[in-house]
Design a protein around this ligand. Structure first.
Ligand SMILES: *[C@@H]1O[C@H](CO)[C@@H](O)[C@H](O)[C@H]1NC(C)=O
Ligand SMILES: *[C@@H]1O[C@H](CO)[C@@H](O)[C@H](O)[C@H]1NC(C)=O
Ligand SMILES: *[C@@H]1O[C@H](CO)[C@@H](O)[C@H](O)[C@H]1NC(C)=O
Ligand SMILES: *[C@@H]1O[C@H](CO)[C@@H](O)[C@H](O)[C@H]1NC(C)=O
Ligand SMILES: *[C@@H]1O[C@H](CO)[C@@H](O)[C@H](O)[C@H]1NC(C)=O
Ligand SMILES: CC(=O)N[C@H]1CO[C@H](CO)[C@@H](O)[C@@H]1O
Length: 307
C-alpha cells in the first residue's frame, strides 16, 4: 500500500468518526411505529418493524411511515446511504396487505400516504432519492416486499431468503412495479417464468439470476460486507452520488407511466369476482394473513388455492 493510499484510508476512517449532526435519532418518529431508524455518520439504518401480524406485512401503516421517511429524505444532505432491514427474523416484508382496502386506521383511498395501492408511486420516489439505498434481506420478500427491494439501488440477502411475486396465483398482476423492474434485472424469459408461476427463488438462486447483488451463507457475513460498502460510499460527496444515481436511473429505471399502467391493471384485476374469491380463500388459509406456515412457503402452497 502506498503512502497516498494509507493517507486516504486514514482520512476515510477519520471521516467516518466525525460527529455528523444526527438528524435522525434512534427513537422512532414514525406515525404508526412501524419504522425505526438510527443514523451513524452518513449512513441511515432503517428497520421495518410491525410485529402485529408476525409476518411484517406491507400495510397502510408501513406505507404511511415510509412515505414520511422518504419525504424527509428527499432533500437531506446528512444521509448518503440508506440501509433497510427488518426486525422480523423470517420476513423482510411478507407482501402487500390483501385487505388493505378496508378497516385500517386513517385509511383513505385517495391519500397516497395511506393506500397500499399507491406503493408503485412511493417506490418510484425511493428510486428518486439522492442517496444510495440498500435492501438487506434475511427472510421473505414477496409481492410489495420484493418490489420495494427492487426499487432500492442494491439488494443483498442470505441464501435462505426467499423472493417471489405470487400475485398471478391470486388472480391479479403485481401492482408496485414487479412487471417493470424484474425484467430489467433478470431478462424477459426469466421474469416471465417467475411472474407467471408465482414460484419463490432462494437468495442463492436470486444471486445467480441477478435478482439480487450477492448472497451470503450467514447474516453476519452479510452485515460485515454491507457495513464496509455503506461506509465506503458514505465517504464520497453527495453530488457525485446523486448524479450517478440519476444517470443510472435514466439508463435502467421503468418510466413512471408504465408503472402507473401496472398499478391500474392491478386495481382492475384484483377487484374481479374471480380474484376476490381467491383472496377470500387465501385469507381463510392464512387466518387473515397471520398464519405463518402458508406465508413461509407461499410459492409452494399457491396451487392449493385451486383444490
Ligand atoms: C443509535 O444506536 C447505535 C447502535 O444501535 C449507536 O451506535 C448510536 O450511537 C445511536 N445513536 C444515537 C443518536 O443515539
Ligand atoms: C410485538 O413487540 C412488542 C414489544 O416488543 C411485544 O410486547 C409484543 O408481544 C410483540 N407482538 C408479537 C405479536 O410478537
Ligand atoms: C425539496 O426541494 C425541492 C426543490 O428545492 C422543493 O420543491 C421541495 O418542496 C423540497 N421538499 C422538502 C420535503 O423539503
Ligand atoms: C412522490 O413524490 C412526489 C414529489 O416528488 C409527491 O408529490 C408524491 O405525493 C409522492 N408520492 C408517493 C406515493 O410517495
Ligand atoms: C369474499 O368475502 C367477502 C367478505 O366475507 C364477501 O363479502 C364476498 O362476497 C366474498 N367474495 C367472493 C367472490 O367470494
Ligand atoms: C412495532 C409495532 O408493532 N408497530 C405497530 C404495528 O401495528 C399495530 C396495529 O396493528 C400497532 O399497535 C403497533 O404499534
Amino acid at each position: 500500500m502506498s503512502i497516498t493510499q494509507l493517507c486516504l484510508l486514514s482520512f476515510g476512517l477519520l471521516l467516518q468518526d466525525l460527529p455528523i449532526q444526527a438528524k435522525y435519532t434512534n427513537a422512532s418518529t414514525s406515525q404508526y411505529g412501524t419504522i425505526t431508524h438510527s443514523q451513524k455518520g452518513a449512513v441511515l439504518n432503517v428497520l421495518f418493524d410491525n410485529n402485529s401480524t408476525e409476518i411484517n406485512i406491507y400495510d397502510n401503516k408501513i406505507q404511511s411511515d415510509l412515505y414520511d421517511l422518504v419525504t424527509q429524505l428527499q432533500n437531506d444532505t446528512t444521509v448518503k446511504v440508506l440501509v433497510f432491514r427488518s426486525a422480523n427474523p423470517d420476513f423482510f416484508l411478507a407482501h402487500g396487505e390483501l385487505t388493505a382496502r378496508e378497516g385500517t386506521p386513517n385509511f383513505a383511498l385517495d391519500d397516497p400516504r395511506n393506500e397500499v395501492a399507491n406503493a408503485w408511486r412511493l417506490f418510484y420516489n425511493v428510486t428518486e432519492l439522492p442517496m444510495a439505498s440498500i435492501a438487506v434481506v434475511d427472510g421473505r420478500a414477496r409481492g410489495a416486499g420484493n418490489e420495494f427491494a427492487m426499487s432500492c439501488d442494491m439488494r443483498f440477502a442470505t441464501k435462505r431468503s426467499m423472493f417471489g411475486q405470487p400475485e398471478v396465483g391470486l388472480g391479479f398482476n403485481p401492482g408496485a412495479g414487479a412487471t417493470q423492474y424484474l425484467p430489467r434485472l433478470i431478462g424477459r424469459g426469466r421474469a416471465l417464468e417467475y411472474l407467471l408461476t408465482g414460484l419463490d427463488v432462494t437468495g442463492e438462486e436470486a444471486e445467480r439470476l441477478g435478482w439480487i447483488n450477492r448472497a451470503f451463507g450467514e447474516a453476519n457475513e452479510m452485515e460485515d460486507f454491507v457495513g464496509d460498502l455503506a461506509r465506503r460510499i458514505a465517504l464520497f460527496p453527495n453530488l457525485a452520488i446523486a448524479n450517478v444515481k440519476a444517470l443510472v436511473n435514466t439508463a435502467t429505471r421503468p418510466p413512471l407511466e408504465d408503472l402507473a399502467q401496472e398499478g391500474l391493471r392491478y386495481l382492475g384485476a384484483a377487484s374481479t369476482e374471480e380474484a376476490q374469491g381467491l383472496i377470500n380463500k387465501t385469507l381463510k388459509l392464512t387466518d387473515d394473513e397471520s398464519r405463518r406456515w402458508f406465508e413461509l412457503d407461499v410459492g409452494k402452497h399457491l396451487p392449493n388455492l385451486y383444490k
